[in-house]
Ligand binder design. Structure first.
Ligand SMILES: [Zn+2]
Length: 173
């Protein structure tokens, strides 16, 4: 790297608002990735990956849903101006509005490491669907493609335990 430049987070948020994209990657290095994301409506899955993550709420508040090793679901509230440490391997689901923005710091995936996106039945809690993918480049927006895989398939949304079908979000119906 020949030159180091500071990033202005207000400018990043303005650029994301104007772009229609859900996030922008600030940098990607082997041991450090930074991106800014706006909230997604209907964020429903739990993301489990091999990197520690630090999340800082630049604007707005987040309900960070996560699952403990025994399968209990908990919520950590992260308010604007606060940050939180999410240990590697913790299934987590960051839920916040499209008007809110988070800065996420993590590391690049190593060869053979996978990210998992898992949905659970809203009626009985059984696992519905898991999308497993290697994510060598965060600019490919793995969350959006995992969502398409889940919501575009009624079979993926049908619970084998109780038969409940998770509906598509109204905006995608
Ligand atoms: Zn079910």
């Amino acid at each position: 790297m020949s030159e180091m430049k500071a990033v202005n987070l207000d400018e990043v948020m303005t650029a994301i608002r104007g772009s229609g994209r859900p996030n922008t990657v600030l940098w990607q290095a082997a041991d450090s990735i930074a991106f800014v994301a706006r909230g997604r409506e209907f964020r429903s899955e739990f993301h489990d990956d091999p990197s520690d993550e630090v999340m800082y709420m630049i604007k707005g508040d987040m309900n960070l849903h996560y699952r403990t090793p025994d399968g209990a679901e908990k919520i950590a509230v992260v308010r604007e101006g606060e940050l939180i440490y999410c240990p590697a391997g913790t299934p987590h689901s960051p839920r916040f509005s499209p008007d809110a923005f988070v800065l996420v710091l993590e590391r690049a995936r190593r060869p053979g490491e996978d990210d998992r996106f898992t949905w659970y039945c809203e009626q009985c809690g059984a696992e519905l669907h898991q999308s497993v993918r290697h994510v060598p480049d965060y600019r490919t927006d793995p969350v959006s493609s995992a969502y398409a895989e889940f919501y575009d398939s009624e079979a993926n949304r049908t619970c084998s335990g109780c038969g409940h079908v998770t509906p598509r979000p109204a905006a995608k119906a």
